[in-house]
Design a binder for this molecule. Structure first.
Ligand code: ATP
Ligand code: MG
Length: 481
């Protein structure tokens, strides 16, 4: 099996990683291969079905692979950890996909590394399949994301709080694994030479046009701010809660990374938190835009000396960019919200039109996904929203305000951007429970639905329905570490 590796990180960034090998596992078994993604990467899916267990467990890496653990740091729940790094992951190499994009291949759960800090370096079946599933759901929604290429069962029991769990390894594909925390690692050591080298590398890899900008590093900062603002706006528009927006989980590429305790919100409440460790609600749904800016401020600090030799001027420049983050986010969000509402063009009152609907939704704890989806019917039917949004008398007047703003073919356009299927928590749990019992049928069926979330299909009605009453109130997600 040939992978045409071209490992630029290993080649150009010596000192930013540790060469390392995957730990041996007793009985690797390929659980799922993402055949579509394999094709995108120019890989032979049939051969991978046969050889994937060995390759994606790290047992027999293909020729040209250069397995390494990347160094990074990060602010976790606001506190700085100067040394995190790939404690259970290995970058095995980079390939160029069919459309010419460089993509990282990484094993997650491949054993201890020098960055493991006392933990076991392993991953377990549930979180591996969860990351696979939610990543595919995000991809189906058109949201930039890292994706799973394969899931392998290791045949090794892994000890967690809940007891012994089946071990697994995820193979992840990403535009890169450079995180805000990768810059912080070197900035925290006052190694500005390496911060500069990493910035040069990231510019060349992700934003090559900026190399010619008058102030390339500032332009890079601005580009990352823009990509991450766009990403978080897209999360908000589909009701996605990342759950652990630490700076080591924010990718410079603007892709979603680390599907640990993430979840989709059902009933609309900005305070929604599912993560078992997010006790203060720092990463609650409605806080995500603020955390976006907070994390970008940390990136700005790490890059500061690159902006200007004079510390005062450097801070001014960083602040000028940081000051635009709120507006960038808001513009992306409003643009997306106009599309969700099926509006024609842009008008002054659009924000309040959206906010009035959101207020009614919040009051009724209306299902985020179904309410927007039903708007397609509400274009012509007064009663269409009633099942999802009982209540406010003002709704009738809202509907008439809204209808005056609709463009042609509004119902079709609304359905094209508002999914009918999302990765609902109870369905995800159901699929994972079945997988633990050896049945990947529900997992496959759910992925099938989520790969085309905008097209309603007969036979999938159950997947469109909210969880039974009370399910989400008591629902908790875990990092699975
Ligand atoms: N079982 C484990 N063994 C060793 N290190 C771990 C383990 N679980 C997490 N870590 C490390 O703890 C830090 C924070 O973990 P976090 O849950 O954000 O990342 P992750 O889910 O392991 O990986 P990624 O961000 O690459 O998706 C990282 O440095 C990670 O490598
Ligand atoms: Mg992480």
């Amino acid at each position: 099996m040939t992978f045409r590796f071209d490992n630029s990180y290993a080649r150009e960034l010596e000192g930013f990683y540790v060469d390392w090998q995957a730990a041996p596992v007793p009985a690797p078994r390929l659980l799922r291969l993402n055949r579509g993604l394999a094709g995108e990467l120019g890989l032979d899916a049939d051969r991978l079905e046969a050889e994937g267990a060995a390759i994606f467990s790290g047992k027999r890496l293909p020729e040209g692979a250069h397995p390494l653990a990347q160094a990074y740091a990060g602010h976790q729940f606001g506190g700085f950890s100067p040394q995190l790094g790939d404690g259970r992951a290995l970058l095995i190499g980079e390939v160029t996909d069919r459309s010419g994009r460089r993509r990282d291949l990484q094993l997650k759960g491949s054993g201890r590394t020098p960055f493991s800090r006392g933990a076991d370096g392993k991953a377990t079946l549930g979180p591996v399949l969860r990351e696979y599933l939610v990543g595919e759901a995000m991809h189906g929604l058109g949201i930039p994301t890292t994706r799973a290429l394969a899931a392998v069962a290791t045949g090794e029991p892994v000890l967690r709080q809940a007891g012994e769990l089946p071990g697994a390894i995820l193979t992840r594909v990403a535009a890169s694994h450079i995180r805000v925390g990768t810059f912080q690692f070197f900035a925290a050591r006052s190694d500005m030479e390496r911060v500069r080298r990493l910035a040069d590398y990231a510019i060349a890899r992700h934003y090559p046009a900026l190399a010619e900008a008058p102030e390339p590093y500032l332009a890079f900062y601005e580009a990352v701010a823009d990509a991450q603002a766009d990403l978080v706006a897209r999360w908000m528009l589909v009701g996605f809660i990342h759950g652990v927006m630490n700076t080591d989980n924010m990718a410079i590429s603007g892709e979603t990374i680390d599907y640990g305790p993430c979840a989709f919100m059902e009933g609309f409440d900005p305070g929604t938190v599912f993560s078992s460790i997010d006790l203060q609600g720092r990463y609650a749904y409605g806080n995500q835009p603020f955390i976006l800016a907070w994390n970008l401020a940390r990136l700005g600090e790490a890059l500061l000396p690159l902006f200007d030799a004079d510390a005062g001027r450097a801070a001014e420049k960083a602040n000028a960019v940081l000051g635009t983050v709120g507006a960038r986010y808001q513009a992306r969000w409003l643009e997306g919200m106009r599309a969700k509402l099926g509006l024609a063009g842009a008008e002054e009152g659009d924000l309040s039109l959206a906010e009035d609907l959101l207020a009614a939704m919040q009051g009724a704890r209306a299902d985020w996904t179904l309410t927007f989806r039903r708007l397609a019917d509400a274009v012509t039917e007064d009663a269409a929203l009633r099942p999802v949004l009982q209540g406010p008398d003002t709704l009738q007047s809202w509907l008439s305000r809204w209808r005056r703003r609709l463009g042609p073919e509004a119902a079709r356009r609304i359905r094209a951007v508002n999914p009918i299927y999302i990765a609902r928590n109870h369905r995800v749990e159901e699929a994972l429970a079945a997988a633990h019992a050896g049945d990947l049928g529900p997992f496959d069926r759910l992925i099938g639905a989520l790969s085309d979330p905008f097209t309603e299909r007969a036979g999938l009605e159950d997947l469109a329905q909210p969880a039974p009453a009370g399910f989400n109130e008591g629902y908790r997600t875990f990092c699975g570490t």
